[in-house]
Design a binder for this molecule. Structure first.
Ligand code: FAD
Length: 473
């Protein structure tokens, strides 16, 4: 016997569970098959736990600097067990929230491993989903009209740098550390690597980042990446770019050591642990893709603009399709896919209007084209830039490093991209996201009167700077 559904979702991460809620709002009978925990990477091994640890690290650092605000405190001490407890408490609370939302939406949750079957006694088309249980319970069979693959991704590594859970770790193990190492080598200076570098440095760990490309944060605007590198180095993070790590030199003996070649120099590095942060690989293994005509490129699933695979009743969204591997991207792809399968009016996502954030200290955030991308696309540019240093609220906060950069098209005045580094920019970037959605010009942003004193004044000033009429600089 197979249970019939309008939609069965493989994976209850941010993409899958949000899609399920939207499907239930559209009166679909919907089930999620989740092999681990609802909330997926973002809630249990990604966004939320990392930001909880980052916040503790930030509070620790701020308390050390309290003196400069006229607040005298004894030197603070770090209780890392409590830091972890706080993080776990936040995850538990949010996990309960997601479970409650599933109940509210009358969404059936199957706690097992989902696999797509080929044509079977249940259906002449591929798409029946079998649910396999760890405890040996008999499989369940689900017969959906549509399937949504939202199985996410897992940490990638370099050949020869296998995760051993002790010396060579991924972000998964790093989040569960019971004690802080004294020193760490981070292989990979992308978003996740840089967040870890910043956080561990704030916690007092001796951090070395080895990045293969010539700049850390290789996908960010060059000026932002340079400023981040400058700020992290100022705080004592050791960063080597253009570093080709040599996995065959890895040695583990009461710590790890490894060599990297940068230019014509070979350098030797030693630390308590080595965190590999070189991207994520899509979870496409064993989910039954071989039973379908679904195509893959570089291991991620190919879809059209509405997330249909080659099998038009099987959709895929989130990290498993690659692209911008972010939680808010996964959930909005899920909403779009579900609306499309329900025959609702829906628009394809404009990825150039979606913000991405780096929760280091300082924070960085961006939306749209970098200066380099805009030039490559042949735009003639006018750029407005304004520093936090000239804004009163930044001085009040004691955080004056960084700037906002607005990249505009000289011919249309449209905003092509906005890039920020400095205090609270991961919250401020939404204004730039709105500007992108509305196809706004820099002049229109400058006509949005920013309250004084506020950090957002730097956006208004950067917009004025596009026409060279900034007030405070
Ligand atoms: P996932 O969240 O990975 O969910 C997939 C789910 O599918 C998992 O629960 C998994 O158990 C389940 N599953 C897999 N295969 C099967 C199967 N066969 N059967 C049943 N279930 C299955 N993004 C941001 O936007 N902001 C951030 O600050 C941020 N920070 C991050 C920090 C770290 C350290 C990491 C690793 C990631 C971070 N991300 C962040 C990225 C974000 O977590 C992912 O983009 C997001 O979780 C992707 O959602 P998803 O639903 O596609 O996949």
């Amino acid at each position: 016997m197979a249970t019939e559904y309008d939609l069965v979702i493989l994976g209850g991460g941010t993409g899958g569970y949000v899609a399920a809620i939207r499907a239930s709002q559209l009166d679909m009978k919907v089930a999620i098959v989740e092999k681990a925990e609802l909330g997926g990477t973002c809630l249990h091994r990604g966004c939320i736990p990392s930001k909880a640890l980052l916040r503790s690290a930030e509070v620790y650092q701020q308390t050390m600097k309290a003196d400069s605000f006229g607040v005298e405190v004894n030197p603070p001490t770090l209780n890392f067990a409590k830091v972890q407890q706080r993080k776990n408490g936040i995850i538990d609370q949010l996990h309960k929230g997601v479970q409650g939302l599933m109940k509210k939406g009358k969404i059936d949750v199957y706690q097992g491993f989902g696999r797509i079957l080929g044509p079977s006694i249940f259906s002449p088309m591929p798409g029946t989903v079998s649910v396999e249980y760890e405890n040996g319970n008999e499989n369940d069979m689900l017969l959906p009209k549509n399937v949504l693959i939202a199985t996410g991704s897992q940490p990638n590594t370099l050949s020869g740098l296998d995760f051993d859970g002790e010396y060579v770790i991924s972000s998964n193990e790093a989040l569960e550390m019971e004690e802080l190492p004294k020193s760490i080598i981070i292989v990979g200076g992308g978003v996740i690597g840089i967040e870890w570098a910043s956080m561990l440095n704030d916690f007092g760990v001796d951090v070395t980042v080895l990045e293969y490309q010539q700049q850390i944060l290789p996908t960010e605007d060059k000026e932002i990446a340079k400023e981040m590198e400058k700020q992290l180095k100022k705080r004592g993070v050791n960063i080597l770019t253009g570093a080709n790590v040599q996995p065959d030199t890895l040695a583990k003996d009461n710590g790890v050591s490894i060599e990297a070649i940068a230019g014509d120099k070979k350098e030797h590095f030693q630390a308590d642990r080595l965190l590999v942060s070189v991207g994520r690989k899509a979870n496409t293994q064993n989910i039954g893709l071989e039973n379908t005509d679904i195509q893959r490129s570089n291991h991620t699933i190919d879809t059209n603009d509405f997330y249909q695979t080659k099998e038009s009743h099987i959709y895929a969204i989130g990290d498993v399709i690659g692209g911008m591997q972010l939680a808010h991207v996964a959930s909005h792809e899920g909403i779009t896919a579900v609306e499309h399968m329900a025959g609702e009016y829906t628009q394809k996502l404009d990825y150039r209007s979606i913000s991405s954030c780096i929760y280091a200290s300082p924070e960085a955030a961006s939306v749209g084209l970098t200066e380099e991308q805009a030039k490559e696309e042949g735009f003639e540019l006018v750029i407005g830039k304004f520093p936090f240093q000239a804004v009163g609220k930044a001085l009040v906060y004691g955080e004056t490093d960084g700037f906002v950069k607005i990249v505009t098209d000289k011919n249309t005045q449209d905003v092509l991209g906005v890039h920020m580094i400095g205090p609270q920019v991961t919250d401020m970037i939404s204004e730039a996201g709105l500007a992108k959605v509305l196809d706004a010009t820099a002049w229109e942003i400058s006509q949005t009167i920013h309250p004084h004193p506020s950090l957002s004044e730097v956006i208004g000033e950067a917009a004025l700077a596009v026409d060279g009429v900034q007030i405070h600089g």
